[in-house]
Design a protein around this ligand. Structure first.
Ligand code: SAM
Length: 345
């Protein structure tokens, strides 16, 4: 009996400690954000580096930067050595600007004040069902960033870097053979479309996104050597999308929008599609209860940020139907996202 009681108490102590760690998780996010903004991982690229030297190189207060680095070393992002010297761990390598799978742009973006202020408004969303961002800032995320070009640049860089981490997995999962013209709707700076066109040298592309976003796409398309095969269109998918393409790709678009706007976008796609064209919606599907933390947190992120939501396969099938399409298939990818294939109904 006494052992059972002691076990129960130990478990309760562990549970309350674990929960307390989760409650404080925003501190970790901000600490990584500051390290990313300062570019400290780049300073360790060549190996061990003293924290005072790093502070001098990045323009930080020496003693305070040491406190930041040792906390991140305790977390496993960096490794602390004797005499306040630090090196990169596998996670720290991913904070380098030049890492193949760099998450530095993402860390810079996610820690921006205007964004976490929206998360600070989660209670408002949960009580009212309203979009926290709009309630707080008075405009939607896209208008906000159009008005704050420096934030738009940070967001677009994060989307491009995140896309680079998964583009190859999507290209491998989807077959674009025989597609003469491929559109990426809301394609940002064109990272995914560039990867598709690089893999299909006979194909041409059309990149549609907001005018101020596609205005920054040229370097991404040129770097992939596909600039001469890609038409760049500034416009709104809520109004129309380019006609006559064999495949329409939409990655991380529908999760930004509520059902009514999704149906509007899907109808615009349907109107533009030939009868043999395909729509490839790339999203994370909401899975069963008690699993898939990433997608369920992303769902809350959509709630407080752009005002959309993550969806199940069945919810996508219903949206497709309302948009004049039929859900033909769901392909899995090596990345943690699915390709939901639509055909004209
Ligand atoms: C979450 S980002 C995804 C970007 C890209 N597809 C990717 O996966 O990296 C959403 C994109 O939708 C674009 N967008 C927002 N409103 C739009 C509109 N009305 N018409 C076209 N694009 C829009 C944004 O500019 C942004 O590039």
């Amino acid at each position: 009996m006494r052992t059972n009681a002691a076990n129960g108490q130990a478990e309760a102590r562990r549970a309350s400690g674990d929960l307390q760690d989760l409650i404080k998780a925003y501190q970790i996010s901000q600490a990584i954000h500051v390290a990313a903004v300062l570019g400290v991982a780049d300073q360790m690229a060549a190996g061990l580096r003293a924290s005072d030297e790093i502070a001098a190189a990045v323009g930080a207060h020496p003693r305070t930067l040491y406190r930041l680095l040792r906390a991140l070393a305790a977390l496993g992002v960096f490794r602390e050595h004797e005499h306040r010297r630090f090196s990169l761990t596998a996670m720290g390598e991913c904070l380098r600007s030049d890492a193949e799978r760099s998450v530095r742009p993402s860390a810079i973006y996610l820690g921006q004040t205007y964004r976490w202020q929206a998360w600070g408004h989660l209670l408002h969303s949960v009580k009212t069902g309203e979009n926290a961002f709009r309630a707080l800032h008075g405009v939607d995320t896209w208008t906000y960033r159009k008005r704050h070009p420096e934030q738009d640049a940070i967001f677009n860089a994060a989307m491009t870097a995140n896309s680079r981490r998964v583009d190859r997995a999507i290209v491998v999962a989807c077959d674009f053979s025989g597609c003469a013209r491929i559109a990426d709707i809301g394609g940002g700076q064109g990272s995914l479309l560039a990867a598709i066109l690089a893999a299909y040298p006979e194909a041409c592309g059309v990149l549609l996104d907001l005018p101020h976003v596609v205005a920054t796409a040229a370097p991404v398309l040129e770097a992939a050597g596909v600039g001469n095969r890609c038409e760049v269109v500034g416009g709104s998918m809520l109004e129309s999308v380019p006609e006559g393409c064999a495949a329409y790709v939409m990655k991380f678009i529908l999760h930004d929008w509520d059902d009514a706007d999704c149906i509007r976008i899907l109808r615009n796609c349907r109107r533009a599609m030939r009868s043999d064209a395909r729509l490839l919606v790339i999203e994370r599907l909401v899975g069963p209860p008690n699993e898939d933390l990433t997608v369920k947190l992303s769902d809350l992120n959509m709630l407080v940020g752009p005002g959309g939501q993550e969806r199940t396969r069945e919810e996508f099938a219903a949206l497709f139907e309302a948009g004049g399409l039929r859900l033909a298939d769901v392909l899995s990818t090596r990345a943690d996202m699915s390709v939901i294939v639509g055909e004209p109904a």
